[in-house]
Design a binder for this molecule. Sequence first.
Ligand code: B0W
Length: 828
Amino acid sequence: MQKKDWINTTVIPEVAPLKSDAHALSEGFYRYLRNHLGHFLRCVPFYLYEAMAFTIRDRIMEQWSHTWQRYKQPRTRKAYYLSLEFLIGRALGNNLLNLDLEKPTSEALKVFAVDLEDLKQEEPDAGLGNGGLGRLAACFMDSCATLQLPVIGYGIRYEYGMFLQHIENGYQIEDPDHWLRDGNPWEVARAEYEQTVHFEGHTEHFKDENGIESVRWVDTNDVIAIPHDMPISGYQNKTINTLRLWKASATRAFNLAEFNAGSYSDAVEAKNNAEHISMVLYPNDSSENGKELRLRQQYFLASASLKDVVRLWEETNGEDYTEFAKFNVFQLNDTHPSIAIAELMRILMDEKHLAWNEAWAITSQTMAYTNHTLLPEALEKWSVSLMQRLLPRLMEIIYKINEMFLHQVSLKWPGDTARQARMSLIEESSEKQVRMAYLAIVGSFSVNGVAALHTRLLCEGLFKDFCELWPHKFNNKTNGVTPRRWLAYANPLLRKLLNQTIGDEWPADLSKIKALRDFIKPEHKKFQQQWAAIKQANKQRLAQLVKSRCNVDFDTSAIFDVQVKRIHEYKRQLLNILHVIHLYSRIKRGDTDNWTPRCVLIGGKAAPGYHMAKLIIKLINNVAEIINEDPDVGDKLKVAFIPNYNVSAMEIICPGTDLSEQISTAGKEASGTGNMKFMMNGAITIGTYDGANIEILEHVGEENFFLFGLKAEEVSAAKEDYMPQDIIDNDPDLEAVMALLDSGHFNLFEPDIFNDVLATLRNPYDPWLTLADFRSYIDCQQRVAEFYKDRDAWTRMSILNSAASGYFSTDRTIAEYNKDIWKLKKLS
Ligand code: B0W
């Protein structure tokens, strides 16, 4: 589609900005409902939500176009956040907060006897991510808009997001999440900016008219990428940034020749194949993959996004690329989009006719890579043969990058062939593989980890050779979370109290929250009571959620002990459940003097192909059922597994939590971000010395954190002579727990189903060393139980945790990315 010249020549009439008072909003709402959607008030509630979303979007649009215009000014340096995942959640409530429209919107709806809170529930979560990595991308987008940085997010508009989880007989069942079924009122399709992405075919090397060696990639199968833009509102600053999500579409709706020849299904198949690319999010969080469709998704995102940036560049600079690196920077969210490095080389050389060295100078000065994991199984490798078939030109470029790189290695370490083999971008295994993390390091000017320990371990382990070669590239950027969604929005009661107590600047500057420290003094007794009352109310709200989703009664006078995150062996939900069984065993043998009642909530999704993770879910559910139905247990202990844990659930869960479980095997959790959401909302952490837990502990002080377990170095040492059976034999509490499990007490009607769990716990090669930390964990939990009895002391500790959470705002994280890597000017 071509832009028409008259757009530039027509005189645009003055249009008054839309009003945003309650009356204007109720008018807008009703017009959308009746005139646009064609419904009346007694329609299904989704349409009411949609009408209000459109009404708000109109207000966003005015600011959005203004922000775009500013970003399009020549010589404006911009950053592009490339990510296969953006776990956004719902948008209505968040936009109302950011636009300061909560009050008038609520009033506008009252006219129609519609409750805003009910309306918000109609919005499906945009679950375009697995867990921490995808949610981090969403928090980053929020902070970039709030800090008024010209950053554009690029991702995929998956038709189906993260699967919906429900539980049947204790087992996880996955249902498709067709979140776009009824349309998405927030997005704006921009067909005029579609891009073509090539696959397959082959390359031809030839000399151009000037005798220069050139390459063309021909006989390709092409897919069209159509951008759908989502607005990202900044916090009360009139800035709306853009998240551009690509939808895949066939080049022609049908192959007409085939269609006319009567081969209808073949003609439709081509269309379907193309559209499969953006059909579904891969539900693997930190677990193995290697599927062709995933590589197609990665290249689709990288190619379409780079071409879009090149288009934007040429709008103001023509084909002169000399200053491209000065004004553009790409942040790669893990290796998932790292094929962008080879793709930018291809575009610059094959399409823009730059020489290798020029193209490499630009590429290696514009790419920056964030690593999110130390787990070897999550490090991406793609088979060379797959790459050669799917992306033949890209594979040639990767080989050439490797050749130049290994030459550099040989100059630095002459004769060290072992090192060359170790560092090669190509792993020479039985099936040759491209090591994507190495490609990302070689092609980037910055490589960062996501917490201090993680970055240190990367440099000492996985990336040691590279850190020795290029120490200047490596840096740390400790993760954060946005205080707008995770405190101001999720915890409205606390928001009000904070505003009254420390002023209302904290949502845009969370460092202000440290002023709370003062309020643990005896003269602020009233504040402390208000704090405790708010926690109580939030626990009530959480208890209602648990009742409705799990049919389990949580008594709000008990300690609310919560672990919600993806289910993975390294995160050790198993350790949590061993503690639960230990408490149950104590109750059954009458060891309940001075008992602290406890409600344990666990939630999270398991990758559909991850057998052990799914078994852990089943175990949690079976243990919960036995405990909750046992009259001897009563209110002393309750256990629930909350199905379909997602962003919206966390908005209710984190404000209602007392104790935040962050119990991964030390050295395995790169950062964790749930830990930060809980802390901000005044939960106290029980955790290992791992990921960002360490920094949380440093900020809040050891006396306000329940620390247990082996440290990362101790884990490595303990692996040498780890004897789980000896640990069991020497610990009567653990022996009792194992005896209950061995006896089949939790699976009387399904004998042997937990044998694999029991075998891992007893396995001397268990990489997660679950039993090594059992005693330390149980003792620590006992200290928690004792401490919880002094409710005033607990409240003070809770306040201190919130007060120390300022560092964990993504505003701080993004300010650091900007200072050290992006170097963008704030645009107001
Ligand atoms: C996510 C998805 C995939 C995949 O689809 O293949 C592979 C790996 C991940 C992933 N997620 N790798 N690390 C993470 C989590 O990232 C967050 C944000 O930095 C960290 O807080 C977590 O510690 C890390 O596990």
